[in-house]
Write a protein of this length. Structure first.
Length: 246
């Protein structure tokens, strides 16, 4: 029994393989026949002239451009609605609207800048006017004090200095008036103050014209009781210097 079953399986396999082979052979034969028929049809039908690839590409570009223009025209054409009042009136064909150029985008609004107020300098306080400076009190000049002074020599010499006014300062003495009027270089004297003694004036000395000769002084016509360096003068005094011969 086992042998019969094995033989049967082998036969089944062989039959299936043969059946597959016949099917494949049939398919191959049918493909060959179809191919031969196509070749015969191609040979019988007139051949079309081959179009160069560049022309075909141009045609395709033209077709694409015409399609895009037609679609753009369809999009731009606006169909006007039919009016109910006049149904018989013919509405003119809607003309294609020309494509309007896109409007430029509005500039972005810039933030407004508020002008800052100018910095004002703080107001300076008003300067109070200074009071006028008091004018210095001009004191009148002190009156000039003078004395009348003269020098008289011996008789042969006569007047050595005629009467003239001599200015002096407060506290000046008769000796000060003599030195100022005759000049220090023309007067020889010794001591000072109450001990002052006049020895010679203008080259004329005591004892030149006698043992008792010499210079004496008078104030307002009277002889002075003291030395010429001790007697102070006053404004308006008349002082005389006289050479006495004896």
């Amino acid at each position: 029994m086992k042998r019969f079953t094995i033989y049967g399986m082998i036969l089944f396999l062989l039959l299936s393989l043969t059946a597959c082979g016949t099917k494949e052979e049939g398919k191959a034969v049918s493909k060959e026949t179809k191919a031969s028929e196509k070749v015969e049809k191609d040979n019988q039908s007139p051949k079309k002239p081959e179009v160069p690839k560049q022309q075909e590409s141009k045609k395709t570009d033209k077709q694409a451009s015409t399609k895009t223009t037609q679609t753009s025209e369809k999009n731009t054409v606006a169909v006007q609605p039919a009016t109910s009042a006049a149904p018989t009136a013919k509405t003119p064909a809607a003309q294609p609207k020309t494509a309007t150029a896109p409007k430029p985008a509005a500039p972005a609004p810039q933030p407004k800048t508020t002008p800052k107020p100018a910095a004002t300098a703080p107001a300076k306080p008003a300067v109070a006017p200074k009071p006028p400076a008091p004018k210095p009190v001009v004191q009148p000049p002190a009156p000039v004090q003078t004395v009348v002074f003269s020098i008289t020599g011996p008789k042969e010499k006569g007047t050595l200095l005629s009467s003239r006014k001599v200015e002096f300062n407060e506290g000046n003495t008769v000796l000060d008036i003599l030195l100022k009027a005759a000049g220090k270089s023309n007067v020889d004297y010794s001591g000072g103050g109450s001990t002052a003694y006049v020895e010679g004036i203008d080259g004329i000395y005591e004892f030149d014209y006698g043992p008792m000769s010499g210079w004496i002084f008078k104030q307002n016509g009277a002889g002075i009781p003291k030395s010429a360096g001790a007697i102070k003068v006053k404004d308006g005094d008349r002082i005389e210097c006289i050479y006495k011969e004896k």
